[in-house]
Design a protein around this ligand. Structure first.
Ligand SMILES: [Zn+2]
Length: 347
């Protein structure tokens, strides 16, 4: 099994890029990040693309308008990284990725999470020359963005419960029979992150290495296992999609996924307290108010979950087996408020 993309940890890594990337180069980043990083680049800069949309039809137009270049540098969180992949793929150019926060595993995955008519589509295919993880850059990101990154690793807990449930009930999809080896590999990364929650909370070098190495594995295993998501995603992501659909809001991925981990663990009756405590310890605020929605929204999404997964045609999970009733809703709220306290106290 692959260990993921070539990844380099260090410092002053952005300033070094102009000395070795193929010139002239395109930089893909966000408007709010560019002023901070612009001084690191030189006259080899062909153009900067500031991401404003993830719509493929609009990106196609933007790519056609960009000047000729020798390479692409992705610099940012998930969106800039995904658009950099797309441009590198369309132009067939070498790609260098520099994540500025630990929020998602996008720098370590082959495909870009873009939108077609507003619906998420995983398109394109790019393997970067290297992913540069600069400790000072990551440490300079808002702490909440970094800490939210644990959501995409702790979710292996509910993903595995779903896959085992599917195996036990004969509900596995034909292309994804239960694979204990894949589950064990994911479990190793989950355990590593569980063992470094305080370091991740504090965004120390060890915390950065631990979470980014977990993302590095998580980003490529989908491809390396034959496009199998079963060991890395399940009902907790379905809950996030349901909440997104109901509220029409955009979220910091790890927050609604984190709440989804609690919902899924309660439905499975396994590890709900442990997971709530872990998310709290890492500093991911999973209270609905912290993500700009209400408990009413969060509860409505829980009750909508079973219908949503059928409509969306998602793979089998606990959502198909156990209905969300008043007890489930009350238990989730009790766990979250029990760990984090009521919102009024902090808000
Ligand atoms: Zn995710």
């Amino acid at each position: 099994m692959g260990e993921g993309f070539t990844t380099v940890y260090g410092r002053n890594l952005i300033a070094e890029l102009p000395r070795f990337v193929n010139r002239p180069y395109l930089v893909v980043t966000m408007a709010d990040l560019w002023p901070r990083f612009e001084p690191s680049f030189d006259d080899g800069l062909a153009a900067v693309h500031l991401v404003q949309t993830l719509e493929v039809s609009e990106l196609e137009v933007a790519v056609d308008a960009l000047p000729a270049a020798g390479s692409v540098i992705g610099l940012g969180g998930g969106q800039a990284i995904d658009v950099a992949k797309f441009i590198a793929w369309r132009r067939r150019l070498p790609l260098f990725q520099v994540p500025t926060a630990m929020t998602v595993n996008a720098p370590f995955g082959h495909r870009s999470g873009l939108r077609r008519d507003g619906i998420v589509r995983y398109l394109s295919y790019a393997v970067p020359e290297a992913v540069y993880v600069d400790f000072d850059v990551i440490m300079g990101a808002p702490p909440g963005l970094n800490r939210a990154g644990v959501g995409d690793i702790l979710c292996y807990h509910t993903a595995h419960l779903d896959w085992r449930l599917a195996r036990d009930r004969g509900m596995t999809e034909p292309q994804w029979p239960y694979d204990e080896g894949l589950v064990a590999q994911a479990r190793d990364r989950l355990d590593a992150v569980m063992g470094a929650l305080d370091e991740i909370h504090d965004v120390t070098e060890r915390g950065i290495r631990t979470l980014m190495e977990a993302h590095r594995w998580g980003g490529t295993t989908y491809h390396d296992s034959g496009w199998n998501p079963r060991h890395i995603e399940g009902v907790e992501h379905f809950y996030f999609y349901a909440l997104e659909k109901r509220t029409g809001r955009h979220f910091i991925h790890g927050q609604p996924v984190g709440l989804g981990i609690v919902v899924g663990s309660v439905l499975h009756g396994s590890g709900a307290e442990e997971m709530t405590t872990a998310l709290h310890r890492a500093g991911v605020d999973i209270r609905p108010e912290a993500m700009g929605v209400t408990w009413q929204d969060a509860e409505a999404a829980m009750r909508y979950l079973a219908t949503f997964v059928r409509e969306a045609g998602l793979w089998s999970s606990i959502a198909d087996v156990r209905a969300v009733d008043d007890d489930v809703v009350a238990r989730v709220r009790e766990l979250v408020v029990g760990s984090y306290g009521p919102w009024e106290a902090n808000g």
